[in-house]
Design a protein around this ligand. Structure first.
Ligand code: GLA
Length: 390
């Protein structure tokens, strides 16, 4: 904008060229990692992050593709007189750089959180007015991922604010995945492709299947699904719709609900950011979070987010195209009783006469070759997910 003002007329064409693209070459498939918020909120520390990095490796999550260990809100306490952001000295006595070095020593990547407004949602210093200074600080600490929230940003324009941080990160010279978090409030799917690698498309997830009432801005798993349908056109390699972090392993979803939550996030090509205590996981939680066939759908190189192709009350079919002309289909039962659900080939873009090999990705089981449709009895609050290969 500043350039435009001082531009002589003959340079106008160069000066009003569109805002530069993100173009950081990152997140070609949806980012996978862990974030402290869902389980720990403000209770973050150097020790928690180190132990989480250790657990990401020892649990098999790293092998399954998880990379980013991200500290959410509350790591920062103030700014120095020169404006430099300061980490909580009690909770992070070694400083953030030493912590990032430790995470890197495990073969993992390190992420951090800030806010585009004047303060974070928990009242810590925000990035507003310090975008370039913070980007250079983060780069010097070895940060690989930045989540930028949208609290206390009254009067700011989201496209301008997030573009400013994108440009700051670019200037700082370190490849940093840029995660936008304005909760879908200004329709980022319409403008954020050139700004961030992922953008929250909804309000905060709640740890429940279909509750809505506990917190006015929180959403159960199925309400988030409803908001994601229709946004699939905006997702692709390097730029993803983000339906928020996972609640798998946080103790409230039943095993079927947790599988459905995780499986549907994979159908949506969602960032897979676990939000539980990785140091204490039961076998079900590990099995869900590390199911390689389900994760392979999420990480499919085509990067096509699923859409809802059929809805009959609580019975839904979601489908997405996979590389090689194959499909993944999810038969989702939102009801509290078992339901018979059918996916027809015409729902997923195949002619009815086509024969295709079906494979159940949760059970790792071939279901044989079928023509025209596939029907399953789906348990309450569960999703059967199959790949369909002609
Ligand atoms: C907002 C975000 C959450 C989390 C909190 C932290 O609510 O949407 O994901 O980062 O702030 O305060």
């Amino acid at each position: 904008m500043r350039l435009r003002v001082i531009c002589p007329f003959f340079l106008l064409i160069i000066c009003v060229a569109p805002a530069s693209a993100l173009d950081n070459g990152l997140a070609k498939t949806p980012p996978m990692g862990w974030n402290s918020w869902n389980k720990f909120a403000c209770n973050v520390s150097d020790r928690l992050i180190r132990e989480t990095a250790d657990a990401m490796v020892s649990s098999g999550m790293k092998d399954a593709g998880y990379q980013y260990v991200v500290i959410d809100d509350c790591w920062q306490v103030k700014r120095n007189p020169d404006g430099t952001i300061v980490a909580d000295p009690e909770r992070f006595p070694n400083g953030i750089k030493a912590l990032a070095d430790y995470v890197h020593s495990k073969g993992l990547q390190f992420g951090i959180y800030s806010d585009a407004g004047r303060q974070t949602c928990e009242g810590r210093p925000g990035a507003h007015g310090h975008e370039f200074q913070d980007a250079f600080t983060y780069a010097s600490w070895g940060v690989d991922y930045l989540k930028l929230d949208w609290c206390h940003a009254e009067g700011q324009n989201s496209l301008e604010s997030y573009s400013l941080m994108r440009d700051a990160l670019k200037a700082a010279g370190r490849p940093i995945v840029f995660s936008l978090c304005e909760w879908g409030s200004t329709k980022p799917w319409q403008w954020a492709k050139d700004v961030g690698n992922l953008w929250r498309a909804t309000g905060d997830i709640q740890n429940c299947w279909d509750c809505q009432e506990q917190k006015s801005d929180g959403l159960g798993v199925v309400h988030i699904l409803d908001l994601m349908d229709g946004l699939e056109y905006a997702a692709g390699p390097g730029h993803w719709n983000d339906p928020d972090m996972l609640e798998v392993g946080n103790g409230k979803l039943t095993p079927d609900e947790a599988r459905a939550h995780f499986g549907m996030w994979c159908m949506l090509a969602a960032p897979l950011i676990s939000g539980n205590d990785l140091r204490q996981m039961d076998a079900d939680t590990v099995a869900i979070l590390t199911n390689k066939e389900v994760i392979a759908i999420d990480q499919d190189p085509l990067g096509k987010q699923a859409s809802r192709v059929r809805k009959e009350g609580d019975k839904e079919v979601w489908a997405r195209e996979l590389a090689g002309g194959n499909r993944a289909a999810a038969l989702l039962n939102r009801a509290a009783t078992p339901q018979e659900i059918t996916v027809k080939w015409e729902d997923i873009g195949y002619p009815a006469h086509l024969s295709a090999a079906l494979h159940d990705v949760w059970r790792h089981k071939d279901l044989g070759t079928l023509t025209g449709s596939f029907t399953a009895i789906v348990a309450p609050h569960a999703a059967v997910i199959v790949t369909v290969k002609p």
